[in-house]
Design a protein around this ligand. Structure first.
Ligand code: 13P
Length: 252
């Protein structure tokens, strides 16, 4: 029913040549027969040139990793959603835990970013997830609920229909400790129920919920088999062409 989506988040890695090489390798790997949709979330700088690749390969789309909460103007150093759109991306990651942690982005700012993304005909990949302390204190469901209710659920039905949600427990990001399939399924199911209570059955059945946090070719299949896990948002493993292609295979 829902197609699997495999998104690679390159974060702040790869210089120009390395990025072109990896983009080309992924594009060469993805074939007509690949069932999953592949998204590459690349540094802003690489969007225009990599969009030439993705134009030839409709199974691959580009995402920005962030955007400004402002529309345009005197905001030195910022990149607007409309620029991202005109450069050739289709998605924008909003609310990654690294943005929340290192750049102090709270749910209210993220709600603005979601608005900018949607008003520019881009699609948000909205991230949520708890820290280890929050999980140990059994607050993880409350934390995720607030992140979604404040940051995302201000959008209307048309808006939510364009969104992807990524559950990325902070304790699993870059640590080599992935959520178990049971933990992932439990939270993904919970998130889908939240979407259902706000937007109804049809939209909650449709929305893709990706898992992120130490996804590798070893654990991908078990995670993607879970009923409410619709693919992955992959960090470190998306920087290695073979490893990433094996993760794509695990979703096909
Ligand atoms: P890792 O796959 O490196 O744990 O990163 C996950 C992530 O943050 C993707 O957005």
């Amino acid at each position: 029913m829902r197609n699997k989506i495999i998104a690679g988040n390159w974060k702040m890695n790869l210089d120009w040549q390395e990025a072109m090489e990896l983009g080309n390798k992924v594009a060469a790997y993805v074939e007509e027969s690949t069932k999953a949709e592949v998204i590459l979330a690349v540094p802003f700088l690489y969007i225009p040139v990599l969009s030439e690749l993705t134009e030839e390969q409709p199974k691959i789309s580009l995402a920005a990793q962030n955007c400004s909460e402002y529309r345009k103007g005197a905001y030195t150093g910022e990149v607007s959603a409309s620029m991202i759109r005109s450069a050739g991306a289709k998605y924008v990651i909003v609310g990654h835990s690294e943005r929340r942690k290192y750049f102090n982005e709270g749910n209210d700012v993220l709600a603005e970013k979601v608005r900018r993304v949607l008003e520019n005909d881009l699609q948000p990949v909205y991230c949520c997830g708890e820290t280890l302390e929050e999980r140990n204190a059994a607050n993880h469901f409350d934390v995720v609920t607030t992140q979604l209710e404040t940051g995302l659920f201000h959008v209307n039905d048309d808006g939510i229909d364009k969104c992807i949600i990524a559950y990325e427990p902070v304790w699993a990001i870059g640590t080599g400790v992935n959520a178990s399939p049971e933990q992932a399924q439990e939270m993904h199911h919970f998130i889908r129920e939240l979407v259902k209570s706000k937007y109804g059955n049809h939209l909650s059945d449709k929305i893709s919920i990706l898992y992120g946090g130490s996804v590798t070719s070893e654990n991908a299949e078990q995670l993607f088999k879970c009923a409410d896990v619709d693919g992955g948002l992959v960090g470190g493993a998306s920087l290695k062409a073979i490893e990433f292609s094996e993760i794509i295979d695990a979703a096909s």
